[in-house]
Design a protein around this ligand. Structure first.
Ligand SMILES: [Mg+2]
Length: 105
């Protein structure tokens, strides 16, 4: 399955209240929530010395779902987001700017 196929398939389980015109808000807050769930699973590696790979796998999937959702809300395909990210990172690598701070490097 490619990224755009995933994005299209994932929309079949979209259940947030579009009538509130809040899709981007709902999706972004959901993404942040899932990132928090991932962080909590990773925290438990340190606390309990327990690597819950299945749990982390699940949270990464949840994050992917919301990334697809936010992307759709602003009119981008998941493939466009992935390609844009790789182009940005490759440019930074070529320019020796892969480390450091700031979006505009
Ligand atoms: Mg989750």
């Amino acid at each position: 399955m490619d990224l755009n196929e995933y994005q299209k398939a994932s929309r079949r389980t979209k259940m947030y209240p579009e009538k509130l015109d809040g899709g981007i808000y709902y999706s972004t807050l959901g993404l942040c929530g899932e990132a928090g769930e991932l962080a909590n699973k990773v925290k438990k590696i340190a606390r309990d010395n327990n690597l819950d790979k299945e749990g982390i796998k699940g949270e990464l999937g949840d994050i992917l779902w919301y990334v697809a959702s936010v992307s759709e809300e602003i009119g981008y395909s998941l493939e466009e987001i992935a390609n844009y990210n790789l182009e940005k990172l490759n440019k930074r690598m070529e320019e020796g700017k892969i480390s450091g701070n700031g979006d505009e490097r």
